[in-house]
Structure formats: C-alpha cells, structure tokens
Ligand binder design. Structure first.
Ligand code: GDP
Ligand code: MG
Ligand code: ZN
Length: 305
C-alpha cells in the first residue's frame, strides 16, 4: 500500500508531532488528499521546525491509511510569528471605521508592520454601516492617497462581502490582522463555514483575556487559495531599520521607484537631509518622521489580537 513516489505537499495543520499535509499538483492543492505525517528522523531535520504554510516533500505515502513521512522542507519565503505561519502572500489589515473609532496612527502602524513582511498588503474598513456614504467615500479617498485601495465592508452588505471573497480566492495565502474589536473573527466566521470562533462586543474586550493560543489551520478557499483561520495577533515589534522605513511607505517608494525622484545621498532618510528631493506633501509624512526619529532611539510595540 505504500507508493514508490515522493510528492510535494502543503502543511495545513499541526498538532504535537503530527502534521496534516495536503498534496499539491501543478501549483494547485488537492485538499481531498490529505495525509497525516510525522517528520523523518534525520540529520537534515535537526533543529528545523516545520510550520503551517510550509511546503514539504513527503515520502512513504500510504494511500490506504493516509499516512506519510515528511522528508524535507521546501525553502520558505517568509515566516510570520504569532501565529506561526509560513509563506503568507497577502496580509489584510482590518480596521473598523467606528466602534472602535478609526485611529490613523494605529492604522499606520499596522500597515507598516505588515509591509515589513514584504508581501502584498491591503486595507479593509469594516462597520461601514455606522458611517454615511459621504464619509465612506472620504475614507476611500484618504487611503488612496496613502497608497491603498481600501476595501469597505459592513455586515449588511452581501455584495461587497462577495466581492471581497472573490478577491481572496485569487490570493495564495491570506491572513487578517488588526486591532481588537474591529470584526476580524466575524469576518472569518463568514468566510469559513463551521469555524464558529467566538466574537465579542467591544465593551467586553477589555475584561476578556487575550485569546488563548490555538493551533492555526489553513482553510481552502479554492484549488489555489487558502486563508489562515485566525488573525495575526501581534505584528511583532516595530523594530525597523532607518534604511528600511522609506520602502514601507507607498507615498515614498512610489516617488523613488515610479517617478525616479533622486536625492543627493543614496541613503537619504528624507527628513532634514541635505539635498533631499522628496515631495513631503502627504498626510503620513508626520508619522514617517516620527518613526524615523523613534527608530533612531528605541522601538515601539503595537498591540493586535
Ligand atoms: N455595526 C457593525 N458591527 C460589526 C460589524 N462586524 C462586526 N461587528 C461587531 O463588532 C464586534 C466585534 O467583532 P469581532 O469579530 O469579535 O472582532 P475582532 O476582535 O476583530 O475579532 C461584534 O460585536 C460584532 O458583532 C459590522 O460590519 N457592523
Ligand atoms: Mg477576534
Ligand atoms: Zn530624500
């Protein structure tokens, strides 16, 4: 019953020393073919960890009992911490427009730490039922200037939700992140049937402790797409090097990359540098400057959940 063939698979779940691996063929995932695997005890695997989202090569495939051995790990493109997930392709920063109120400085921090992962970053504004159409358009326009095409959602608008879902189905591996109480779990419960994570009104958030760590799992949205079934909690400390910061602001890197803006010095921080040619007339410049200043001295922590 053990086939004489090695296959590439994707780790979709991890529990203790076991991994649930779905077979990948031609970059598509055959989620129906899942194998319970353990890691081969070998020198190659010494000190190596395998995470959900990792691509692996499996061997000793037992079709009848759906068991196999993970033989090796394919090089990963990135690794997110808390929850630990490898090979994320898209981060969705979720923020509500009200309850809790939109906090621009917080939105900025979430966007920047998401950008730091080097993946495609998108902004989703929830609870748009709580604002006027005029305000919604105003916010879309604001974030357009920040370099983001904001996706606006509200619980009552099914059309917008369906459009968002179609978008997610185009992306390889998405994860949500954002502050507490914005509706991340509500959204995940809608996207993933039977997930039934608990949601709670904003007021009870403070009393409630932090989510106890639960094992993350990948949920398949289409044959080439999946989503992490719980939000990224802490997008780690914003410990960003001064050199890296300009690359995390679309308003800056678009000037440099697309418009060919050149400053006198290649490592210009675009603050008070001699011969700086950057157009600083954009809303987030103040946040940028603050981040440059603080990364010179210390790093700041941001809280998600
Ligand atoms: N008015 C309104 N409330 C929402 C919407 N989406 C979620 N909520 C509520 O916001 C609260 C927090 O939602 P939850 O999903 O637990 O947020 P999380 O902390 O980001 O996971 C819940 O009481 C939800 O019912 C929405 O589109 N409109
Ligand atoms: Mg939640
Ligand atoms: Zn400059």
């Amino acid at each position: 019953m053990i086939i004489d063939k090695k296959l590439k698979g994707l780790v979709i779940k991890k529990f203790n020393e076991f991994f649930l691996v779905a077979i990948m063929q031609h970059e598509n995932f055959e989620f129906k073919k899942k194998f319970l695997c353990k890691i081969r005890k070998s020198v190659n695997f010494r000190n190596q960890f395998v995470f959900v989202g990792d691509e692996v090569i499996i061997d000793q495939i037992d079709l009848k009992n759906k068991r196999a051995i993970i033989e090796s790990l394919v090089k990963r493109t990135n690794l997110l911490e808390r929850p630990s997930v490898a090979n994320i392709s898209n981060i969705y920063v979720i923020c509500s427009v009200e309850e809790p109120k939109l906090n621009l400085s917080q939105v900025n921090k979430f966007l920047i730490s998401a950008e730091q992962m080097g993946v495609e970053v998108s902004l989703v504004l929830t609870k748009c039922d709580l604002i006027t159409e005029q305000k919604r358009i105003f916010l879309i326009d604001k974030f357009q200037k920040w370099g983001y095409q904001a996706i606006t959602l509200d619980l009552n608008n099914l059309d917008n939700f369906k459009k968002f879902l179609d978008l997610l189905k185009e992306k390889k591996c998405s994860i949500f992140t954002g502050p507490s109480g914005v509706g991340k779990t509500t959204l995940l419960n809608r996207i993933i049937p039977n997930l039934n994570n608990t949601t709670s009104p904003v007021s009870s958030k403070i009393k409630r402790g932090k989510n106890t760590t639960r094992n993350v799992e990948l949920f398949s949205l289409s044959s080439k797409s999946f989503i992490v079934d719980s939000p990224g909690f802490n997008m780690q400390a914003l410990e960003i090097g001064i050199r890296e910061l300009p690359n995390l602001y679309p308003e800056i890197y678009q000037q440099v990359v697309n418009q060919g803006v050149k400053c006198k010095f290649r490592n210009c921080t675009h603050v008070d540098d001699d011969g700086c040619n950057l157009n600083k007339d954009f809303e987030r410049y103040g946040f940028y400057k603050e981040m440059i200043e603080s990364s010179k001295s210390h790093c700041c922590l941001i809280q998600g959940d």
